[in-house]
Each structure stands twice: as C-alpha cells, then as structure tokens.
Ligand binder design. Sequence first.
Ligand code: SAM
Length: 351
Amino acid sequence: MKDPNGRPPKRLLEDPYNRRINYLRISVTDRCNLRCIYCTPAGRIEKLAHGEILSHEENLRIARTGVSLGIDKIRVTGGEPFVRKGIDSFLEKLAAIDGLRDLSLTTNGILLSRHIDRLMDIGIRRLNISLDTLNPEKYHRITGQDGFDRVWRGILTAMEKGFSPIKINVVALAGINDDELADLAALSLKYPLHVRFIEQMDCFGAAAQCAGRPALTETGIRKAISGIGDLVACDRSIPGNGPASRFRIRQAFGEAAGGSPRKAPGEIGFISPVSHHFCSRCNRLRLTADGRLRSCLLSGATIDIRGPLRSGADDAELAEIIVRAVEKKPREQEEAGRKTDCGAKMYAIGG
Ligand code: SAM
C-alpha cells in the first residue's frame, strides 16, 4: 500500500507485546565532567577507547534509520553530552532529520550556558537538567564538583530564553537530599520548572555513599513534600507524558487565607522505576556510546550495531538490526532479570 504521495508505507517498530517504539535515546559519550555518587562507581572508571565510541556520523546514520522505522522522538544523553566535541553541529544535523518530531537533551547543566544560544538556533526547546540539591556544598558532595552556581545560572538562562519544558531531574537520595525535597518541589511554585523526583536505582554500581541504603520510594518522597500543598494530577492527554506521573501543587494556605488557590507555574513528577514499574508504557530504545542497542534499561541483553555499521552494512541491514533489538524487548524489567546488576553503568547508558 502506498500513501497518497506514492511512497511505500513506513514500517513501524512494534515489540512482541504490542508496544510501539518511537523513542530513541542516544548516549553520545560515556565521559562526564561530574562523578555523581549514585551514577558513577567509586574508584577507577573504565572508559571506552576513542575508537569504541560511535562517531557523530555513525550516530546520525543510526538515527536516520530509526526515523525511517517510525522513531519520531530522540533524546541525546551521555555521560555528559556537552563534553563531546562537535556536539552542537551533531545536534543540528540530528534536528534536520526529516520526520523527527521531538529532539531533546539531558545534561548536568555545567556547560549549558555556553551552548544555549546554539541550542535555541537549532530549535531544541526541551531540556532535562539534573540537579539533586539547592545547597552548593551538598552539590559538591554529590557530584564531586563545585558546580551548583553554574548549573543554576544555566537553568535561569534557559528559562529567560524560553526553553520549555525545562525538567529538573532530582534523584531522591536517602540521608543525602531527603531534607531538601520540599524545597526542590517548591521550585515549581516559583518557576515554570518541571521538578521530577526519580527513585534511585542501585543496580548500576553506584558509589558506597548510596549503595546499600534503603531507597527512598515515591511514597516517602510524597510524604516529604506533602507540607507545601496538594498535588493535583495533570491531564494525561497533555503531550509530554513519559514515565513520570505528573502533578501541579495547589497551595493550601492560599485558600486558608481566603484567597483562591494558586496554581503553580511548574509541575511535579515522580519517576518510580523501583516501586512502580512503567514497562507497559515503555516506548524506548537506547543506543549506547559504544554502539549497542539496549531495549530495556535493566537488561544487559544488547545488540551490537557498531560492528555491522563499520563492516559496511547498508541501510536495510541496519534497519533489520534495529527491528531485531525491538523484538528482544522484554515485557517487564523482571524478565530482564538483573535487578542487582544491570550489566552496565548508568553513565555509559545515559539514564
Ligand atoms: N550527564 C547527564 C545528566 O547528568 O543529566 C546525562 C546522563 S545521566 C546518566 C541521566 C540521568 O540519569 C540523570 O538525570 C540522572 O539523575 C539519572 N541517574 C543516574 N544514575 C541513576 C540512578 N542510579 N538511579 C536513578 N537515576 C539515575
């Protein structure tokens, strides 16, 4: 069957459990300028050799093939995407792929200010920025760097320039930032930020400060932020629903004072991979920096696409490899079977 323009119909990616896979996350590097305690293992980190990492051209070729199979949403992640040389022109070429509807970026924000005008020019508007504390000293303790002011400046600049949505990723860390969760949630009362609390997954070889502590679950996080107001569920039909359940805070004291309740400009989200699996809604495929397609964050069962790409595979063969990776997607993360060892490190997969 052909469409009205005479083109053959697009072959769409669907896994054996009828999930449409339209979202590709590309990790462009395993290098990062931070060493967050929940992400990077203590001690020496094994880095990929330069030749093991996919070139921008290789990533673009895989992305184009993915888009030809119905991928219409790509997120670039890392490591830290902004430490990769040539990232801006890579993003520009990615943004130009015909059929790509949504291009976004996950960053720790340290180098954001220096790239922000270029991102605007390229047309990227959606940013996820990781920030687990509002306390500069604690920021150092969590990330190993004195970076808080730079990240916060980057966030303010991104808001001024009109990026939207700007999502702030907060990993909830028992005994580390649990005393600040309400302050972080309150950012959504003042700014149009989407503050998303992420349950810490401890199967990625995190450093000793976190490993072994009972994870703070969504229930505990909700309790910690309950004092600032009621959570009103956002309309799920509004675009932008990923794995997060989304809310706005309605400030109780506005009503108590006789005024109408104030609706927050920003949102609160919970991403709860530990307590609430969202496998049934999962639409993702990941491409690691060393060219492996990973169909489940928690499964080490990956498929090499770099080898065939470098041995001269044509576009149809690359498409076949992507289809195969999607066919291997496990139904649920239990089936992936590695709850205590995800077969890779988070900094190498990209979250
Ligand atoms: N460097 C970028 C950044 O910091 O946003 C992108 C890579 S980072 C691996 C992507 C996301 O993974 C971050 O939002 C981070 O909070 C999250 N992440 C890393 N380790 C995690 C863990 N053990 N549990 C839950 N989320 C984690």
